[in-house]
Write a protein that binds this ligand. Structure first.
Ligand SMILES: Cc1cc2nc3c(=O)[nH]c(=O)nc-3n(C[C@H](O)[C@H](O)[C@H](O)COP(=O)(O)O)c2cc1C
Length: 221
């Protein structure tokens, strides 16, 4: 049995009557989960739609609470950290983390960054010890797989592509995911949404096909 954490981050819905208004990245997440559940009945899925229910931005009080030893925290500080605790517990339980993300301004949506800011926390996801020298941070969690499903309006963001150096979406998420305990990452995305031409149609089609193939592959593990 596997525990899956499914995180959506587009601010768009999936049920708009005008098809082109719907989120492409969210549709990829749905295909992955549906296919996964068809193939593996004994699974649990925790779902968060950060686009429609944004995390709270961290604050000065949040930082003070996070850096106060647990035994010394006030009731208010525990309350401030309760949202972070909830997200952390969901991550800690997950074997597979599915993150769907649109490219916004060449990076991740603010709501997804806000989620990472809430989750990545000293003495929860990482420990900090200056006796380790120039690399004092050590990740606590391990053994998780990330499935990263993206959509962009322009194209050429992949390896060797004409906009590879402008892709701050995949690289940033993959770097942060290491601190969630992710050891292996699979990336699938579509491009060309803004061109609305045949290149977009075939990019989406290919991504959907690749998602089905990935489920097949992961189901055998
Ligand atoms: C605020 C905003 C910023 C965007 N910035 C970029 C960008 O920098 N590069 C790009 O290729 N597409 C950009 N796009 C296009 C989206 O990546 C594209 O529409 C994608 O399909 C959105 O994901 P979704 O369909 O899951 O909502 C942007 C769209 C919005 C709404």
């Amino acid at each position: 049995m596997k525990n899956i954490l499914h995180i959506d981050s587009s601010v768009r819905h999936t049920n708009h009557s005008k098809e082109s208004y719907n989120s492409i990245s969210k549709s990829f997440g749905r295909i992955f989960i549906e296919e996964w559940m068809n193939k593996n009945h004994q699974n649990t899925v925790i779902y968060r739609d950060l686009g429609l229910n944004p995390p709270t931005f961290i604050s000065e009080d949040w930082i003070a609470a996070a850096f106060t030893p647990k035994s010394e925290r006030t009731l208010v500080q525990n309350l401030i950290l309760s949202e972070s605790d909830r997200y952390f517990n969901e991550v800690a339980k997950a074997d597979i983390i599915v993150i769907t993300a649109p490219m916004y301004n060449y990076g991740m949506p603010a709501v997804l960054k806000a989620w990472f800011d809430q989750v990545l926390r000293v003495n929860k996801t990482f420990t900090f010890d200056l006796s380790r020298g120039d690399f004092p941070i050590e990740t606590v969690l391990s053994g998780k797989t990330l499935v990263l499903l993206t959509s962009s309006g322009e194209f050429g963001f992949g390896e060797g592509g004409v906009r590879e150096n402008m892709n701050h979406l995949n690289s940033h998420i993959k770097e942060l995911a290491k601190h969630l305990g992710v050891g292996h990452c699979y990336e699938i995305g579509s491009e060309y949404q803004e061109f609305a031409d045949n290149r977009h149609i075939s990019s989406v089609k290919q991504a959907k096909q690749d998602i089905l193939t990935l489920v097949e592959l992961l189901a055998q593990k």
